[in-house]
Write a protein that binds this ligand. Structure first.
Ligand code: GSH
Ligand code: FE2
Length: 237
């Protein structure tokens, strides 16, 4: 039996990680891996007889450290993230319209700034991996890392222009949800529904959410692709 898709969850940061695979060739991609689960991903890949080809990041996360460094080292997979995410360590700096190929499969990268300046959404088959641009019933905050509520409104509008049945797989869910669709979000998304661009900007400015606990550690670490500081020093020497 061939595996094409798995969703994994980190219950510390409520991060959703995605495994995509070409069932014919066994080439695989991980989107938004979490450092603490690198061993678990490697076991899963081995059990499913998949080879990791690409490690994609929707953005430089503020709440957990990516598993890219460890996974890249062990598997030889390449990493890719938005060119504005500040991670010059990534093998590929993605811009809007870029295509990532694994086996006979294709992922299209869309620049969807707003939660952070470098946020990307990945389009594969009938689904969108929206990171923190569009969450189920919500959206990413816009108060750090080059966040911009107007840009987020435009990015969400672009996502909502996909057909209603397009599946939405977000980067986090804090309420136990796991998948939505464009049509479902059009009816139920409490932050976006019935808003104009101006009212959306006003609403985002009033959220006053507590700062993510790990932001000062996680953002710089993710901009080093998850390497610890002393590892980068060794490479620079
Ligand atoms: N409480 C979490 C942070 C939660 C948070 O701020 N998440 C970001 C994503 S990085 C967000 O955009 N949340 C939107 C929301 O909570 O509505 C922590 O301390 O790590
Ligand atoms: Fe985020």
């Amino acid at each position: 039996m061939s595996i094409e898709f798995r969703q994994l969850f980190d219950d510390t940061s409520c991060t959703l990680t995605y495994l995509l695979a070409d069932p014919q060739t066994g080439d695989a991609v991980l989107i938004d891996s979490v450092r603490e689960h690198v061993g678990r991903y490697l076991t899963l890949l081995q059990e499913l007889n998949l080879q990791l080809t690409w490690l994609l990041e929707t953005h430089a996360h503020a709440d957990h450290i990516t598993g890219v460094a460890g996974l890249r080292e062990v598997t030889g997979a390449r990493s890719a993230t938005g060119e504005l995410s500040g991670a010059s360590c990534a093998d590929r700096q993605l811009v809007d319209g870029d295509v990532i190929v694994f086996g006979n499969e294709v992922i299209r990268a869309m620049a969807t700034p707003g939660h952070t300046a470098g946020c990307m959404t990945f389009h594969w088959r009938d689904r969108l991996f929206t990171g923190d641009t569009l969450m189920i019933g919500g959206c990413g905050r816009t108060d750090f890392q080059g966040g911009d509520a107007g840009a987020l409104f435009d990015s969400i509008s672009r996502i909502m222009s996909f057909p209603d049945e397009t599946l939405i797989y977000p980067g986090h869910d804090y309420k136990g949800m796991r998948v939505s669709s464009v049509g479902q979000e059009a009816l139920t998304n409490s932050r976006f529904r019935n808003q104009t661009r101006d009212s959306f900007i006003e609403q985002m400015g009033e959220l006053k959410l507590p700062r993510p606990r790990l932001i000062d550690e996680a953002v710089p670490a993710n901009q080093r692709c998850g390497r610890s500081e002393d590892m980068i020093d060794i490479h620079a020497a």
